[in-house]
Design a protein around this ligand. Structure first.
Ligand code: ZN
Length: 319
């Protein structure tokens, strides 16, 4: 049994049109490419897997661990590791897109799962914004606005700041826009329907759009509560470390996400099937192991107590 060993992960780095070098510079990830847009820091997705960085399981992919070492992940099993955590840096705007829910994906995408996601803004340029939601009242109006290219009228633009948090349930139109660095926690799924790509060309050709499927899965009307910034106010319910703050960012049926500020020290009990920990800022130690921004690990089932020391911002997630 190796449930007392933290599983540090090496991310899969993804090259994209709208990427850059920010992830490498800020988090020390190694790549020769100058257009990295995504670091899949905890991923068992077949399109890009993270691997165990060191220790007993060094070199194994997360999906290998999931299938061969089930004792590390507790009794709450699904076919594949259920979550996908990414750091995303957008040097340029991402396409306007939407993801299907589980039911739609099951019927139309060979039984795959849908995708609900959420974003924690790790950093952004002054004046940066994102798109979440739309202004069409019904399907007909939406189709009409899409056909006429009335994007300014259709899409809801939301100003963002470092530390903001957004919940993007499946069926929500959304786009990350330029100058944004964020941590995305999502269902383990890579299904995206592209609605609009600013008429950009890739190798002389526009990228494929999926307008009919997108219109099929978009929620009407765009639900206010779906687009709300669901960030809770900080609660100081942890007794350790004087200025330690805990913020419950999200509870939804697929995952829970929390933010902790480690000031001096923090004790955290791992009482879930597994706990994903992402260090976004600062440095220190966890159970004596040095950690810094850009480090990501999984605390296995029955790991017990995690003891942090230092000065750090961490985001945790679990099912
Ligand atoms: Zn998305």
């Amino acid at each position: 049994m190796y449930n007392n060993e933290l599983l540090f992960m090496t991310p899969f780095l993804k090259e994209v049109l709208w990427g850059g070098t920010r992830l490498q510079e800020k988090y020390g990830y190694k790549s020769d490419s100058e257009s990295i847009g995504e670091a899949w820091v905890v991923s068992a997705n077949r399109n890009g897997e993270s691997r165990v960085r060191d220790g007993h399981f060094k070199g194994m992919t997360l999906s290998e661990l999931w299938s061969k070492q089930p004792e590390l992940f507790g009794p709450d099993r699904s076919d594949s590791f259920p979550l996908l955590v990414k750091l995303i840096y957008a040097r340029d705007n991402l396409s306007i897109q939407v993801h299907p829910d589980d039911d739609y994906a099951y019927v139309h995408e060979n039984g795959g799962s849908g995708k609900t996601e959420c974003w924690y803004i790790a950093d952004c340029e002054e004046g940066a914004d994102i798109i979440i939601g739309h202004n069409a009242k019904n399907k007909e109006e939406l189709r009409e606005m899409v056909t006429n290219g009335e994007w300014d009228k259709l899409l809801r633009v939301i100003p963002i700041h470092k530390g903001d948090f957004f919940y993007i349930p499946s069926g929500t139109v959304h786009a990350i826009r330029k100058g944004t660095l964020l941590l995305e926690t999502q269902q383990n799924c890579d299904l995206t329907y592209r609605l609009y790509d600013y008429d950009r060309l890739q190798n002389g050709k526009p990228r494929e759009l999926h307008i009919d499927k997108a219109i099929d899965v978009i929620n009407y009307p765009s639900d206010e509560k779906d687009t709300a910034n669901v960030s809770a106010s900080p609660s100081h319910d942890l007794s350790t470390g004087e200025a330690t703050a805990h913020e419950e960012l999200l509870r939804c049926s697929y995952f829970s996400v929390d933010k902790y500020l480690v000031k001096d020290s923090l004790d955290l009990t791992q009482s879930h099937s597994f706990l994903i920990v992402d260090v976004l800022e600062g440095s220190g130690t966890v159970d004596g192991i040095p950690v810094g921004s850009g480090d990501n690990f999984i605390a296995p089932y029955n790991y017990g107590e995690l003891h942090f020391e230092g000065d750090m911002t961490i985001i945790t997630s679990h099912i």
